[in-house]
Design a protein around this ligand. Structure first.
Ligand SMILES: NC(=O)c1ccc[n+]([C@@H]2O[C@H](COP(=O)([O-])OP(=O)(O)OC[C@H]3O[C@@H](n4cnc5c(N)ncnc54)[C@H](O)[C@@H]3O)[C@@H](O)[C@H]2O)c1
Ligand SMILES: O=P(O)(O)OC[C@H](O)CO
Length: 346
């Protein structure tokens, strides 16, 4: 049966309310009122915290602004913030996952709508004894739902400002990819869809490692040519890694917004780049700089570098991924930042 017949009005729940989660809520809240497929109310799960004696949830619902993670941008009134995860997802037929991947929700198991499908906006991965596990796979297996992925050159604040942006949705079932396109696309946020769930997702995870490399180059005060070299070599390692470890990855994916374009934007404007630059110039740890520079937002790239390099080392492939390994050793093993050049000179 076509999904449109099985579910007449899709109800959307957004799991996460950080910088991107809140910017995404602004987009979704407009689209659900425009398209007949959707119920006009959108629930958003908030990891509750107290800000100046008030609960963040209360601030969002009364002031219609996430003053901590996306200050200065109004959240439409059809977005209802809720600190109770299970209450947020109770009737939802569409689950939008947009939390830092360190904090995935086991609680959801067995507590979601039988017809629910999901989309992961998360840029990261997880590991177990078998190696790297894409988050979409973990969600799919744990919750027994179909999962699409959305990733692209998407700095949340620029999207919140309405600046022209592209993104990519990876789908397995085209109808679901098209439904999610309706949920996300606006005049300034253009969505491409491709039959490659894991390719889209893994580009979003690995580009964060390259962005750390770009930040190291900025910290060393090298110029644009050097950064372009890091981007080029990083892209090659990203493609090699993804194609080596996952099946049926499409070459075209690397030319979508989730591929090359996200590596570029992250290497110039992302948080991973910013913190890596400060790591080189201050000598403080990534952990400390994350706290000092990001106002509660989270870095994804350091953990991903650790996970990716553990997998590379386990397989004895260090010589195939010299840049990823150098970035990891600079970030975690005290390797001097200028040693990054040893990885990019043949
Ligand atoms: N910010 C961006 O520009 C951007 C763009 C595209 C994709 N992403 C990806 O989206 C995902 C979410 O990032 P974000 O920018 O929305 O988040 P963020 O880094 O701005 O915010 C951190 C969020 O984590 C929550 N949190 C902190 N500790 C928690 C805990 N123990 N349990 C549950 N939640 C907790 C906070 O409440 C906050 O909502 C990440 O995978 C990120 O890589 C971010
Ligand atoms: O700020 P970053 O480094 O987490 O990157 C943000 C987005 O993923 C850019 O597309």
């Amino acid at each position: 049966m076509a999904r449109e017949d099985a579910v007449q009005k899709e109800k959307v729940a957004i799991i996460g309310s950080g910088n991107w989660g809140t910017a995404a809520a602004r987009i979704i809240s407009g689209n659900v009122t425009r398209h007949p497929n959707f119920h006009s109310e959108v629930k958003m799960w908030v990891f509750e915290e107290i800000i100046e004696d008030r609960a963040l949830t209360e601030i969002i619902n009364e002031q219609h602004e996430n003053i901590k993670y996306l200050p200065g941008f109004k959240i439409p009134e059809n977005v209802i913030a809720d600190p109770d995860l299970l209450n947020t997802v109770r009737d939802a037929t569409i689950l939008v996952f947009v939390i830092p991947h360190q904090v995935l929700c086991d609680q959801l198991k067995g507590n979601i709508h039988p017809k629910a499908i999901g989309i992961s906006l998360i840029k990261g991965c997880d590991t177990d004894e078998t190696g790297i596990r894409p988050i979409s796979l973990i969600l799919k297996e744990a919750l027994r739902i179909h999962i699409c992925t959305l990733s692209g050159a998407n700095i949340a604040n620029e999207i919140a400002e309405g600046k022209f942006t592209e993104t990519t949705i990876g789908y397995k079932i085209r109808e679901e990819g098209e439904l999610f396109k309706k949920l996300f696309e606006t005049s300034y946020y253009r969505v491409g869809i491709i039959n490659d769930v894991i390719g889209v997702e893994m580009c979003g995870a690995l580009k964060n490692v390259i962005a750390i490399g770009a930040g190291i180059i900025d910290g060393l005060k090298m110029g644009n040519n050097t950064k372009a070299a890091i981007i080029r070599i990083g892209l090659l390692e990203m493609k090699k890694f993804i194609k080596m470890f996952y099946k049926n990855i499409k070459d075209e994916t690397f030319f979508e917004s989730c591929g090359m374009a996200d590596v570029i934007t992250s290497s110039y404007g992302g948080r991973n780049r910013k913190v890596a630059e400060a790591y080189v110039t201050t000598g403080k740890s990534f952990e400390q700089l994350e706290k000092e520079l990001l106002g509660g937002q989270k870095l994804q790239g350091t953990l991903t570098a650790k996970e990716v390099c553990a997998m590379i080392s386990r397989k004895g492939l260090e010589n195939e991924f010299k840049l990823f390994i150098a970035i990891y050793r600079i970030a975690f093993e005290g390797l001097a930042p200028n040693k990054i050049f040893d990885a990019i000179v043949d």
